[in-house]
Ligand binder design. Structure first.
Ligand SMILES: Nc1ncnc2c1ncn2[C@@H]1O[C@H](COP(=O)(O)OP(=O)(O)OP(=O)(O)O)[C@@H](O)[C@H]1O
Length: 267
């Protein structure tokens, strides 16, 4: 039985057992991942509750992308478990509960597909096997495009957008999907201020509506406005606390060395 299934009715009863136990939206327990000889994640444990925006901070190679891929189920850990709202990643993905915005380098931008069709991919879990969009799917896609300010560019080939617009298109895919967990791997990398502000606002709105957002970023200055909590990752979790606490110079120095303190970003 998962923790999500543990209700008072299934326990021994009594007043102390009356509160339902709610599974964290994202739960990573004792996860270790190797690529061959390379140890990418070492005994990582993280719980993030529903409705939170959690920032993921760490230097290049600290394991952020590996953590995202493990949470989506694209990578199977050598050890440990991942659950999303009490469900295995593969199940969560199948029912469209988890949305993923990958790093730009991982997308084939030459693929002959329009922005609208990229966003429509978020609706696949709501369609039958024939993947024929219904009116509700088209409405969800139009709403998501409007929310990230891309309605005017909906019919362009995805590769013909700017870096920030591409990121917004993938955020729109997650919105159209209605994902309760949204994972974003450096959505602010190489984007202009307008795209950054649009994405940050949308993430806050989604969390206010109950979604859980895990987002990696190198922009330490923007972290307090963006996130409710933050994780400092260096192969293992160095710290999981408030942004203010994580941004304490002594804590950043543990993850990045001392020079990051002068610059305000982690690149
Ligand atoms: N496919 C792979 N094969 C072998 N090693 C890999 C592979 N992918 C990542 N690694 C290694 O695993 C470690 C973690 O990489 P990962 O991409 O998760 O870090 P990251 O924090 O996302 O880095 P960045 O900030 O540069 O995106 C690094 O040492 C990296 O070199």
């Amino acid at each position: 039985m998962t923790r999500a299934e543990q209700t008072p009715a299934s326990g021994r009863g009594g007043a102390a057992a009356s509160a339902p136990v709610i599974a964290p939206a994202i739960s990573v327990h004792n996860v270790t991942v190797h690529y061959g000889e390379v140890l990418a994640l070492d005994d990582v444990s993280i719980d993030v509750a529903a409705g939170q925006v959690c920032g993921l901070i760490g230097m290049n190679g600290s394991g952020k992308s590996t953590l995202f891929k493990t949470i989506t189920g694209m990578i199977r850990p050598d050890r440990g478990t991942v659950t999303l709202g009490g469900r295995a990643p593969a199940i969560a993905r199948k029912v469209g509960a988890v949305g993923y915005v990958p790093q730009s380098e991982e997308v084939d931008w030459a693929f002959p597909i329009s922005v609208r069709d990229v966003v429509m991919m978020g609706r696949y879990g709501h369609m039958g096997l024939a993947r024929r969009p219904k009116a509700a799917d088209r409405t969800a896609v139009d709403d998501a495009l409007a929310r990230v300010d891309l309605a005017d560019l909906a019919d362009r080939q995805i590769g013909q957008l700017s870096g920030g617009q591409k990121k917004r298109a993938f955020v729109a895919r997650g919105i159209a999907q209605g994902a309760s967990v949204l994972l974003l791997d450096e959505p602010f990398a190489g984007v202009d201020k307008r795209s950054e502000a649009t994405i940050a606002t949308v993430l806050r709105e989604l969390a206010a509506d109950g979604a859980t957002v895990l987002v990696s970023t190198h922009d330490l200055n923007a972290l307090p406005q963006l996130a409710d909590e933050a994780i400092l990752l260096m192969r293992s979790v160095l710290m999981h606390s408030t942004p203010a606490e994580v941004l304490q110079p002594t804590n950043l120095a543990r993850a990045f060395g001392l020079d990051v303190l002068q610059r305000g970003d982690s690149e």
